[in-house]
Design a protein around this ligand. Structure first.
Ligand SMILES: Cc1cc2nc3c(=O)[nH]c(=O)nc-3n(C[C@H](O)[C@H](O)[C@H](O)COP(=O)(O)OP(=O)(O)OC[C@H]3O[C@@H](n4cnc5c(N)ncnc54)[C@H](O)[C@@H]3O)c2cc1C
Length: 459
């Protein structure tokens, strides 16, 4: 219990807002994207700047408070908000500055990907992000960052030039290949374990109008499409990304009425090569089997990045299961199809995100992200608006994962994981785990930043 005067002094030392349980904004401020999460922090510090982050970190450490760092609030298990402790909320630190000459992009630690997509597009640039533009830059990037540009430009972490951070002892540092290089290695995949990133400096890549969108086939064609896809994506040109999906066609425009609520399989493509080459690149794909729905065509990069936003508004119930996958055997495909037939709600889905191409050109040990040699990051998400369907979506995702896990790697992408225990975190970081524990000991020996997929400090 903190005294009123302690809280008042903390409040007075912040330029941003301090929200406490009695405040009218409290319930709104503690909400995260996943409607299943209902946590009640003791304090929410909406930091205005680096000085506020330092003050908040020092306060949490001195008062021995549990701390959560909130970026975009999208985390699967709601790691942006803790019970009882202090939320270091970065949502007021949203800014993007593009340097068109150097082709670099400076991004505030609480920014959303849509902020980056919008600002960079004006200069014909982009940074590899995820597939929903309301996701936070902070959490997505620090966990790795998989999306439409992965095969061409790598993971989001592969485009970080440097980060500014506040460490557990309140110090402000920069991590880059030249400064605090061990920290720079660790934050590229190690999540929020090492401190609060107040700004990211990214390399911008050329991207403007892509040839992209979903291509869907009947579920009965899924075994053949999956068998073709598992070969095709390994050899596809690096400008072509395509993640495989099982889904239900949303019951509304722009989807044709005769397909509404139909369970289907598909690939969401993104081709960033020359537009004039696109029809040729897609000719053999379209020839595999005429798609039942083909929405692939020219689309500005930020529009593509926000394409699925309306289907997944904040506040829905989400249950996640994930694994890395090296090979898709015929047996695994049969199990996938079996569970696709049982998709429990129209928002529930399964995606196989390719992490070959540029992402695989980086060695497993070069950054904390240890699964560059896997072919896909698989994610199964049970999603629905109605809390009454919580059990239904959870059971489906668990059963699906239970069936497929024996055909998968021991670890999973940290940003798609639930609270799965220390062994699973170790499996995810593999041979990099031990080095991560040493870096953790150096920069956060008392594990102040532990409300995450936690890397324990070395003994
Ligand atoms: C609808 C949806 C779509 C998604 N699509 C993709 C996708 O295409 N590709 C992909 O890779 N991932 C995707 N994700 C997963 C996403 O990467 C994670 O949920 C990620 O944790 C979200 O980051 P956030 O900042 O929004 O989350 P938050 O909940 O705010 O934060 C999550 C964790 O990240 C850390 N963190 C956040 N910001 C900072 C910071 N500035 N400094 C230090 N630590 C920080 C904290 O430790 C926190 O515990 C998706 C998630 C959702 C809900």
């Amino acid at each position: 219990m903190l005294s009123d005067s302690t809280i008042a002094a903390f409040k007075a030392s912040l330029r941003g807002q301090l929200i406490t349980p009695g405040d009218t904004q409290y319930d709104e401020a503690r909400k995260v994207y996943n409607g299943m999460i209902d946590r009640r922090p003791g304090l929410i510090a909406k930091c205005a700047d680096v000085a506020d982050v330092q003050t908040a970190v020092n306060f949490a450490r001195e008062q021995k408070l549990l701390v959560s760092i909130r970026g975009g609030g999208h985390n699967a298990i709601g790691l942006g908000v803790c019970d009882d402790g202090l939320v270091i909320d970065l949502s007021a630190m949203r800014y993007v500055r593009v340097d068109p000459k150097k082709k670099t992009i400076l991004v505030g630690g609480g920014s959303l990907w849509g902020d980056v997509d919008h600002a960079a597009h004006a200069f014909g640039l982009a940074v590899p992000a995820g597939i929903i533009s309301t996701t936070g830059v902070g959490g997505l990037t620090l966990g790795g960052g998989i999306g439409h540009l992965t095969r061409q430009y790598g993971l989001s972490i592969d485009s970080i030039l440097s980060v500014d951070m506040v460490l557990a002892d309140g110090r402000f540092v920069t991590a880059s290949p030249k400064e605090n290089a061990d920290l720079f290695w660790a934050i590229r995949g190690g999540g929020g374990n090492f401190g609060v990133v107040t700004a990211f400096l990214f390399k911008g890549h050329p991207a403007h109008t892509n040839y992209a969108g979903p291509m869907l086939w009947e579920l009965e064609d899924a075994p053949a499409i999956m068998k073709w896809y598992r070969r095709f994506i390994k050899k596809a040109p690096k400008e072509l990304n395509g993640f495989f999906a099982f889904l239900t066609v949303p019951p509304g425009p722009p989807f044709p009425e005769h397909l509404h609520n139909k369970k289907m399989c598909g690939v969401v493509w993104c081709y960033t090569g020359a537009l004039k080459s696109a029809p040729k690149v897609f000719k053999p794909i379209r020839a595999v089997k005429t798609p039942a729905l083909d929405m692939v065509g020219p689309i500005p990069h930020p529009v593509m990045q926000a394409m699925f936003d309306p289907l997944f508004p904040p506040g829905d119930q989400w249950y996640w299961k994930a694994d890395f996958v090296h090979e898709l055997s015929d047996e695994a495909i049969a199990l996938h199809v079996e569970h696709a037939h049982k998709l429990p709600t129209w928002q529930s889905t399964m995606h196989l995100y390719p992490i070959n191409g540029a992402a695989a050109k980086v060695k497993n040990k070069a950054t904390a992200w240890a699964y560059r040699d896997a072919t896909w990051a698989a994610v199964i998400v049970g999603v629905d608006r109605d809390p009454a369907n919580k059990e239904k979506i959870t059971n489906w995702a668990r059963d699906y994962w239970d069936a497929l896990h024996p055909y998968s790697a021991p670890g999973a992408y940290v940003n798609f994981m639930m609270d799965e225990g220390e062994e699973r975190v170790k499996a995810t970081y593999g041979k990099n785990y031990e080095r991560l524990t040493k870096v953790k000991k150096k920069y956060d020996k008392n594990n102040l930043f532990r409300f995450n997929q936690n890397i324990r400090p070395a003994k």
